[in-house]
Ligand binder design. Structure first.
Ligand code: SF4
Length: 384
C-alpha cells in the first residue's frame, strides 16, 4: 500500500495544488484583512471559477477550491486586479506574514507588516515555509502559530525574537524590519537552510545562538491564548464548520463589515454580530469538537467522505474532547494528537486513541457501524 504524499511546498495562487476537486488556489491577503468589496468579489470568483468552496488556512489566508486548469489564468487576472497577486511564485511564497487579528488602527501592526512585505526583496533566499508573526497587540496571541521570526509588543518598544528563543531584541517601530532582516541573514549564515528547507526553532534547538542583542530581553510570560467565539474590541470572532465556507457564507459575513482572517480558521468580523446561516456562533457547538479534512471525493488521496461522518458523530463527542476524522494517514487537518482519531482505510475507519492519524489503531469500524452505534465513540473517549 502506498502512503500519503507529502508536498514539499505551499500552494499559492500562481502555483496552485491539484486536489480531488480541481486546483486549490491559495490567496494570500495583505495583513490578514479582507475589506467588504474584496470579500464579496472573492465569493463571486469562487463560484465563477471554482466550486464555491473556500478554505480558511492556518496561515490566515483563503483557498478557492475546484478551480479548473482552463479558468486558472482568468482567475489570476481577477486576483491581480484586487492586488492579491505577487510578481512570481517565489515572491508569493516569501510573503508569509501573519498579523494579529486584534490589531487596532494606528497601533503599528499593519504598518510593520506592510514595511516587512515591501522589503522582502532585501532578504536572503529562505525556505518556502519560512514565516513571520506580527503579534504586537496587548498580549501575544500567535505563539501557537508557526512562524520563524516573531515580532511582539514590549514595554519600551517592539520585541524581535527568533522562534525557539525565550529572549529577543527590543527596538523602536522604525527599526523592526532591520532587526528581522538581521535575524533572517543570521539564520542562513548559521546553517539554518538545508536542501531548501529548515526552520528557525530547529536551528535554535541545535544550539545555534542568534547575535547578542537578540539575547538581551526576556520575552513576556503570559498565559497561552485560546481563541473563543466572542465579541472583542476589534470585532466578533466566529467560526465556520471544518474551517471551510461556501461562497454564500463569505458573502453573508461581508454583509456585516470588513473581515480579518486568523490562523485558527476563524473569522473576525469588524462590526456587528454575524448571524449568518452555517456560521458557528457558540463555543459549545458540537461541530467545534470535531476536526475533519477535505477527504474524498474532493481530495485525491481521500479514502472516504470524512466530513459527513464527522457531522454525524459530533454530538457523540464529550465537551472538552477532540475527535479527528481523517481521509488518510496524512492527517492534514490535525497533524497532532487527538483524543480519538478515525483514519479512513480501504476497508473503513481505524480508531486510534490519543494519537495521530498515522498511529496504530486499537479497533476498526465501518462508517455505518459508527453512525448506528455512536456509543462506540463515546466509550472510546472514556477508555483508559
Ligand atoms: S488527510 Fe485528508 S486532505 Fe490530507 S491528503 Fe489525506 S484525505 Fe487528503
Amino acid at each position: 500500500m502506498t502512503g500519503p504524499v507529502v508536498q514539499g511546498w505551499c500552494p499559492g495562487a500562481l502555483r496552485p495544488m491539484l486536489s480531488g476537486d480541481g486546483l486549490v488556489v491559495r490567496v494570500r491577503l495583505h495583513g490578514g484583512r479582507l475589506p467588504v468589496a474584496v470579500a464579496e468579489r472573492l465569493a463571486f470568483l469562487s463560484e465563477r471559477f471554482g466550486n464555491g468552496l473556500i478554505d480558511l488556512s492556518a496561515r490566515g489566508n483563503l483557498q478557492l477550491r475546484g478551480v479548473t486548469e482552463a479558468g486558472h489564468g482568468a482567475l489570476v487576472a481577477e486576483l491581480a486586479a484586487l492586488g492579491l497577486i505577487d510578481e512570481s511564485p517565489q515572491a508569493e511564497a516569501m510573503r508569509n506574514v501573519l498579523v494579529t487579528p486584534f490589531w487596532r488602527a494606528g497601533d503599528g501592526a499593519q504598518e510593520i507588516a506592510a514595511e516587512l512585505v515591501a522589503r522582502l526583496g532585501e532578504f536572503p533566499a529562505l525556505p518556502g515555509k519560512f514565516g513571520y508573526a506580527v503579534d504586537t497587540g496587548m498580549v501575544p496571541v500567535l505563539r501557537d502559530a508557526a512562524a520563524d521570526i516573531r515580532i511582539e509588543g514590549a514595554q519600551d518598544g517592539v520585541m524581535v525574537r527568533a522562534d525557539g528563543m525565550a529572549t529577543g531584541a527590543v527596538v523602536g517601530q522604525g527599526e523592526v524590519v532591520d532587526a528581522v532582516l538581521e535575524l533572517a541573514r543570521w539564520f542562513v549564515d548559521a546553517g539554518g537552510v538545508s536542501g531548501g528547507r529548515g526552520r528557525m526553532a530547529a536551528l535554535v534547538a541545535r544550539g545555534a545562538v542568534p547575535p547578542g542583542r537578540f539575547g538581551a530581553v526576556p520575552m513576556r510570560v503570559v498565559p497561552r491564548f485560546v481563541p473563543k467565539i466572542a465579541r472583542y474590541s476589534a470585532g466578533a470572532l466566529v467560526a465556520v464548520p471544518f474551517g471551510q465556507m461556501e461562497a454564500g457564507m463569505l458573502d453573508g459575513l461581508a454583509g456585516f463589515g470588513d473581515l480579518r482572517l486568523t490562523p485558527w480558521r476563524m473569522v473576525l468580523v469588524e462590526s456587528g454580530w454575524p448571524d449568518v446561516p452555517g456560521v458557528i456562533l457558540y463555543d459549545d457547538d458540537p461541530l467545534l469538537r470535531v476536526v475533519a479534512c477535505t477527504g474524498a471525493p474532493r481530495c485525491l488521496q481521500g479514502l472516504a467522505d470524512v466530513r459527513g461522518l464527522a457531522r454525524g458523530l459530533a454530538a457523540a463527542v464529550p465537551a472538552g474532547k477532540r475527535l479527528h476524522v481523517s481521509g488518510c494517514a496524512k492527517g492534514c487537518a490535525h497533524p497532532g494528537v487527538a483524543d480519538v482519531t478515525l483514519t479512513a482505510t480501504a476497508a473503513g475507519f481505524d480508531l486510534i486513541r490519543g494519537g495521530t492519524a498515522a498511529d496504530a489503531a486499537v479497533a476498526a469500524f465501518t462508517a455505518d457501524e459508527l453512525l448506528a452505534r455512536p456509543e462506540i465513540l463515546t466509550e472510546s473517549f472514556d477508555a483508559p
